[in-house]
Design a protein around this ligand. Structure first.
Ligand code: 4FV
Length: 253
């Protein structure tokens, strides 16, 4: 995975990409993410990246020239990108499936907007994918870009130590994840479910499967329409729908 992020706040993006699993994967050369300062692609002595909106109205708009120069310079240096992604509330909603699609591409460029947005000619002539992380307005595209880069990078081979945890990704199978517990077995009177202490792996897997289905049914039934359920899961789901477990009140959890 080769990615370039174009932003007016490179330090903010670099800081987040330097830590944890992603930071280690970059050090190990498993993924190659470069952070580009948009101001490096301005030609005026004030490194101007924004201007007033045509037609009036509040705020500023990001100018097309620096963004075109940035993407063209990156393409000249790293090869033509497989995708130029613009983070925007007007984009298609980001999903696990979208993360898997982007993870399969060789080179992506991610543009982080600021101000009211970017000149539409960038989206028309340069951008291949407009992606939104949710129906709310942020002050900038940097956090959305980091969400996408994190979700895509962890799908790269070797990035997440135990491949199992990626293969078992909840959304990879279209369901919510089962609950997780660790020591102590009892904390403030709250006990870990006995089955998890049983060492009975078959029972433990059945319990986890039932919990994934129960939670998905309760919290995100919409996911079940798309979920690729095994025969056992389908049977388990029918059983859950026939006799839904009693409403869980907080302390009984
Ligand atoms: C956003 C989102 C988002 C809009 C104006 C940046 C801001 C500012 N991006 N998903 N939600 N972007 O709110 O992706 O330029």
């Amino acid at each position: 995975m080769i990615a370039d992020v174009v932003t007016i706040f490179p330090a903010m993006v670099e800081a987040a990409l330097a830590e944890g699993v992603i930071g280690r994967a970059r050090q190990r050369g498993l993924i190659d993410i470069k952070v580009r300062d948009l101001r490096d692609y301005t030609v005026d002595r004030h490194s101007v990246v924004d201007d007033v909106p045509y037609g009036g109205g509040p705020g500023m708009v990001m100018k097309p020239e620096p963004l075109f120069r940035a993407v063209e310079a990156i393409a000249a240096e790293r090869g033509r990108p497989s995708a130029v992604v613009l983070m925007t509330p007007q984009g298609q909603r980001f999903t696990h499936a979208e993360a898997e699609r982007l993870a399969g591409l060789e080179r992506i460029v991610v543009i982080c907007g600021r101000y009211e947005g970017i000149d539409e000619r960038v989206a028309e002539a340069l951008v291949t994918d407009e992606i939104s992380i949710g129906d709310y307005v942020l002050t900038g595209g940097e956090l959305p870009a980091l969400v996408v880069l994190d979700a895509v990078a962890r799908l790269q081979p070797g990035v997440v130590g135990d491949e199992q945890s990626v293969a078992g990704d909840s959304f990879a199978r279209g369901m919510l994840d089962h609950p997780h517990y660790t020591r102590p077995a009892v904390f403030r009177g709250l006990a870990v479910p006995d089955v998890l202490l049983s060492g009975h792996h078959g029972e433990i897997e059945r319990w986890r499967r039932r919990e994934r289905l129960r939670r998905t049914l309760e919290r995100r039934p919409d996911l079940l329409d798309e979920a690729a359920l095994t025969l056992d899961e389908q049977r388990e789901l029918e059983a859950l729908m026939e006799n839904p477990p009693e409403e869980k009140t907080h302390e009984s959890d």
